[in-house]
Design a protein around this ligand. Structure first.
Ligand SMILES: O=C(O)c1cc(=O)[nH]c(=O)n1[C@@H]1O[C@H](COP(=O)(O)O)[C@@H](O)[C@H]1O
Length: 297
């Protein structure tokens, strides 16, 4: 089954459009995991990141549509961190969760092929279901990813309108009256046009931030065949009303990511008093329920 159809099936099966972002950070790890790290070696932290993420995966499996490990935090630890990333991806897939690896990769076509093969190819050592990709090297940089998606029924999410305040400097620029982000959306629509699955969606998803609800509505209309990954919910200020326009009339077409507000829920004021550090996984569970409930439209 194509990635787009698998995502639709996961949303229907779980009744959830939540994507749990796995963004481990040393300083914010719950005390029981942080305090068990002996010394300051990358190996020790990598083991802690694996344990932290895998325990979260076990709690959210079957209750959310997908997870999104953020490669940056694993890369920070060097080679040991990359091994941990591989273990977390494998654990999530074994738990039945779809995995969006957040690497925001891309390069000239010949190198893009290597990135695509690495994360999504038939022989991929990572075995991810999908990958976030930057569009700014143009059409020939995206084509290798789309081809690899075709081979392994994988998916990508192309940055269209990012959640950060500074993204507009380039993305909102207009040429002949069209914004750069809309030009990216046009390219995505073209790639998907011959690849739409039963769900009505293709392998080339897009990223639009919850922090830009107007542009999200605009992009939903311009991108009928593209799953939209919506980051920026929770910690960056986006709320349920901001993401509603991302969905189609069936409640499909978008997944909403939250990282810090779920994985570090034990530190949020509304959960802090209720759950002690030892119950950090109960806080993850409660934050997941809370987000699922908010996003039932
Ligand atoms: O591609 C992404 O996931 C992404 C795109 C974007 O525009 N904004 C954005 O925040 N993200 C990622 O989504 C996650 C957001 O984390 P929280 O703000 O903690 O929920 C981080 O891993 C970001 O790198």
């Amino acid at each position: 089954m194509s990635f787009a159809d698998r995502l639709a099936a996961a949303v229907k099966a779980t009744g959830s459009v939540t994507c749990v972002g796995l963004d481990p950070r040393k300083a914010q790890l719950p005390a029981p995991i942080r305090d068990a790290v002996s010394g300051d070696s990358p190996d020790a932290w990598a083991a802690a990141y694996t344990q932290f993420c895998n325990e979260i995966i076990d709690v959210v499996a079957g209750r959310v549509a997908c997870v999104k490990p953020q490669a940056a935090f694993f890369e920070q630890l060097g080679p040991a961190g990359m091994v941990a990333l591989g273990e977390v991806i494998a654990h999530a897939r074994q738990a039945g969760l779809l995995v969006i690896t957040d690497g925001k990769r891309n390069d000239i076509g010949s190198t893009a092929t290597a990135y695509a093969d690495a994360y999504l190819g038939q022989q991929s050592p990572w075995g991810s279901d999908s990958l976030t990709v930057s569009p700014y090297l143009g059409r020939d940089s995206l084509e290798p990813f789309v081809e690899v998606c075709d081979q392994r029924e994988a998916g990508i999410f192309v940055l269209v309108k990012t959640s950060n305040p500074g993204g507009g400097l380039l993305q909102d620029r207009k040429t002949d009256g069209q914004t750069v982000y809309s030009a990216v959306a046009e390219l995505v629509t073209e790639f998907n046009s011959t690849r739409l699955g039963q769900s009505g969606y293709g392998p080339v998803g897009t990223v639009v931030g919850a922090t830009y609800p107007e542009q999200l509505a605009e992009m939903r209309a311009e991108l009928p065949g593209s799953w939209i990954l919506i980051p920026g919910f929770g910690a960056q200020g986006g709320g349920a009303a901001d993401v509603q326009a991302g969905f189609d009339e069936r409640g499909l077409g978008a997944v909403v990511n939250s990282s810090r507000h779920i994985i570090f829920a034990h530190a949020r004021p509304e959960f802090k008093d209720k759950f002690g550090d030892a119950q950090w996984l109960d806080a993850v569970s409660a934050a997941t329920d809370d987000m699922n409930a908010q996003l039932r439209f």
